[in-house]
Ligand binder design. Structure first.
Ligand SMILES: Cc1ncc(COP(=O)(O)O)c(C=O)c1O
Length: 386
């Protein structure tokens, strides 16, 4: 097991280590007449037509706090075995996963996390909520937003208060996958005791393998994934984390007992069915096709600058040029506003993010949506003032 000096007991906050998880009668008995949990025996106040095939009991009764079946399917699907359900944690979206990792490892007002900008904004929002300081080690803009591993290791060695490193691969907003050997150097580093979170929200759009393949080797690794992107289920709020069982056990006892609702679990299981996975494959292929179109067509548009990053996710990050032909934040912002306000197509202005001057981030849409965006970009610059 590497790294040699990693100790989960030394890392996790003492109050969390000692925590006795919430227990309910159903941990021991879940069959028969259930008069233990103050549910409503008369059923849900939802018209049957509105909950389709879900039996009344799935709405009226509390969900299983453990969700072993869905976890077993997810473990199997990611190349572990069904028996490895204890390597899986489920959250209310991956946002809950990211927050809970921070909460178990970082003592408010004392500990820190490390992030590599430009990156997903929720790491800092969660840190602010939890009163956890954020140490920033920027990605290397000149190498398509690769990790600056030496700088990360230096920061970790210099500050024992850093407990969690958040890496995002493919990155948001960079779209770049991180090189596995770079990630391994951080995982192998013996000069600190902390966790490495690999946020793989967009991994299914990339050609690189998931870091779940490294879980067996690294007790200090947690891989976070989600049903929101590649499965097209953002409204369901289902996030997944993979790690070795001792860390998963810490997260599981800390979460709210019934964080995953019955409808959510049912929808997750349905997505794991052969039909669900076949739709998943078809939709990923369609998204990749439209991403390729964006990569071909966006650079031909008026005032289009460089595409930044390696575009391994379901979006493209592109610079917008001013009248003088140089990247211009004001032009990018004006384009963003005009697209949203006049043309009703919403992209994301990212020009204020580190290394993303003058950039907008365009999510891959359907063929028709891509057509529409390309047309409206042209329309805007036919008369644009900046
Ligand atoms: C990198 C990254 N991680 C996590 C999330 C959150 O996803 P979820 O919907 O699973 O909470 C997002 C959402 O945009 C994201 O971009």
């Amino acid at each position: 097991m590497s790294p040699k000096n990693f100790s989960l007991e030394a890392l996790i906050r003492p109050n969390i280590l000692k925590l006795k998880p919430y227990r309910c009668a159903r941990d021991d008995y879940s069959e028969g007449i259930l008069l233990d949990a103050n549910e409503n025996a008369f059923g849900p106040s939802v018209p049957a037509a509105a909950h389709h095939d879900l039996p009344d009991t799935l709405l009226a009764r509390y969900p299983d706090p453990y969700q072993r079946e869905l976890k077993a399917q997810l473990a199997d699907w990611r190349g572990l075995t069904r028996a490895a359900w204890d390597h899986v944690f489920l959250g209310v979206g991956s946002d809950e996963v990211l927050d809970i990792v921070m909460r178990v490892a970082c003592t408010p007002g004392t500990d820190k996390i490390l992030v590599c900008p430009p990156t997903y904004g929720m790491y800092t929002v969660s840190a602010d909520i939890n009163d956890v300081e954020v140490v920033k080690v920027p990605l290397d803009v000149d190498r398509a937003f690769a990790l600056d591993v030496d700088a990360v290791l230096k920061a970790l060695e210099a500050d024992a208060k850093i407990k969690v490193v958040f890496l995002c691969s493919p990155g948001n907003p960079t779209g770049s996958v991180l090189v596995e050997s770079d990630v391994r150097r951080i995982l192998d580093f013996d000069g600190w005791n902390g966790l490495v979170v690999m946020d793989e929200a967009y991994i299914d759009f990339a050609d690189q393998r998931s870091a779940v393949a490294l879980i067996k080797q690294y007790p200090n690794l947690l891989v976070s994934q989600t049903f929101s992107k590649s499965f097209g289920m953002a409204g369901v709020r289902l996030g997944v984390a993979y790690a070795q069982p001792p860390l998963i056990a810490v997260l599981s006892k800390t979460k709210a007992p019934y964080n995953i609702s019955n409808p959510t679990a049912q929808l997750g299981i349905a997505a794991m069915s052969p039909q669900g996975l076949s739709t998943f494959k078809t939709n990923i292929a369609a998204a990749k096709e439209q991403r390729a179109r964006l990569l071909r067509e966006l650079p031909k548009l008026p005032r289009a600058g460089k595409i930044l990053g390696t575009s391994d996710a379901n979006f493209v990050l592109i610079q917008v040029l001013g009248k003088d032909g140089r990247p211009c934040n004001a032009t990018a912002l004006a384009l963003y506003k005009a697209l949203a306000e006049e043309h009703k197509v919403v992209v994301r202005f990212r020009g204020n993010d580190y290394g993303c001057n003058a950039c907008v981030r365009v999510t891959v849409g359907t063929r028709e949506e891509v057509d529409y965006l390309l047309a409206k970009w042209r329309t805007h610059f036919a008369t644009a003032k900046v």
